[in-house]
Design a protein around this ligand. Sequence first.
Ligand SMILES: Cc1cc2nc3c(=O)[nH]c(=O)nc-3n(C[C@H](O)[C@H](O)[C@H](O)COP(=O)(O)OP(=O)(O)OC[C@H]3O[C@@H](n4cnc5c(N)ncnc54)[C@H](O)[C@@H]3O)c2cc1C
Length: 419
Amino acid sequence: MERVVILGAGVSGLSSAALLRERGYEVTLFEAADRIGGLARSFEWHGFSCDIAPHRLFTHDAEALDYLLRLVPMHKHRRRSSIFIAGKKVHDPVNPVDLILRLPPRISSKLVRDYLFKPRLPEESFENLALNKFGRGLYDLFFEPYTRKMFGVSPAEISVEWGRQKLRTSGLRDVFRRNSKIFFRHFYYPQQGGYGAICEALYDKVGDRVELEARVTGLETADGKVTAVRYEQDGASHSFACDRLVSTIPATVLGSMLGHEFTLRFQPVTLVYLLFDKPSVMPYHWIYFGDGDVVINRMAEFKNFARGGVPEDRTVVVAEVTSTTDDPLGDVLAAFERYDLAHRDEVLDSLLIHESFGYPVYDRHYELAVEDARQVFGAFENLHLVGRNAEFRHIEVDEDLASAMNLVRQLTRSQATVE
Ligand SMILES: Cc1cc2nc3c(=O)[nH]c(=O)nc-3n(C[C@H](O)[C@H](O)[C@H](O)COP(=O)(O)OP(=O)(O)OC[C@H]3O[C@@H](n4cnc5c(N)ncnc54)[C@H](O)[C@@H]3O)c2cc1C
């Protein structure tokens, strides 16, 4: 049977390994970090299981859902979320009547007027798409500042494709029924261990094949195939032969191993974790911060995802920051005070985590760059890409898993044909 080497032990690498192993493949995973899970990991902090920002499972993929629910016991939650916009807390998803009633008349009348007189611009950027769909009022109030905060550039610089994928909406009423997939009312979340319980359960199946603290630094190729990977572990360089390579590491990192620089950009994200000396900060799972002058995109309170066994008199929240700031902690605390969520005197401890590959940025030229990457990687018949940053797709765990399932189906089919 073929020896498959897998780069990365996040959910894509681990699920590819588990599925391939079930079908008899000999798998070996190389993971640069000293722990598994990648962006979907969890860690214990002051008695709470903390994730990298809020992570939750909602999917329309019945096969992926079934696999994940058999893998990990999960609770089904009814979503409780809210949005701060123009300094006011409004319902999530936005209800136009609620929005108009809560916002100052000066703003709400402009929203309605501009919605009624929407322009018809050529759909060549996310800016034009949002203006065409919602009008200038909502664009200026939400889309412009939130996109700038999220990606560091104006919506004019973002691909229309981003809008087409993220705004599966029809009108003003649906505008905030977004985030990454079609609006969802319920989601699943592991009963214990945070979202990282998914990766831990996969690790149980393939842990003996995972090399931790093994950073892959280069590939050896011959005759249109990858023949081996080079990696560093314990201060020494090694080479490991493979019949097939599955990469789940960022496309740009893999590209540079093959001598190519792609013009693909990832938006880094900083997570600010705060331990509060009080039982609760908010009744929601998460809150969005629409205002452009606040660095937080979203905050979440872990206690509201899983209550079992956590300290009753304390709570931990995470704030997600993609804006450029020299002082994420200070800015997050200032925002908490501004929105009257908590006071800095109540903070017992804080922790900052920085992830360099948070979000693939769909800028206006990304499709050409993705095509360029496809050409380069496609030249190697035994090289496969699985997952969010490897494929440069803004996808989530269920879709990472679906991608792994597709790969395994494809390989199993071609194996059967060869036999
Ligand atoms: C802020 C945020 C919120 C999210 N919210 C949700 C959510 O609510 N629900 C959801 O389902 N998903 C969510 N996601 C998406 C989800 O986290 C990802 O889809 C998923 O974790 C991607 O897994 P992966 O294995 O493809 O990549 P990664 O998790 O990035 O794993 C890649 C692994 O490769 C390793 N690696 C990198 N370079 C090398 C190298 N040279 N050698 C060896 N190893 C290497 C890394 O250390 C890492 O462990 C969110 C993501 C972010 C950033």
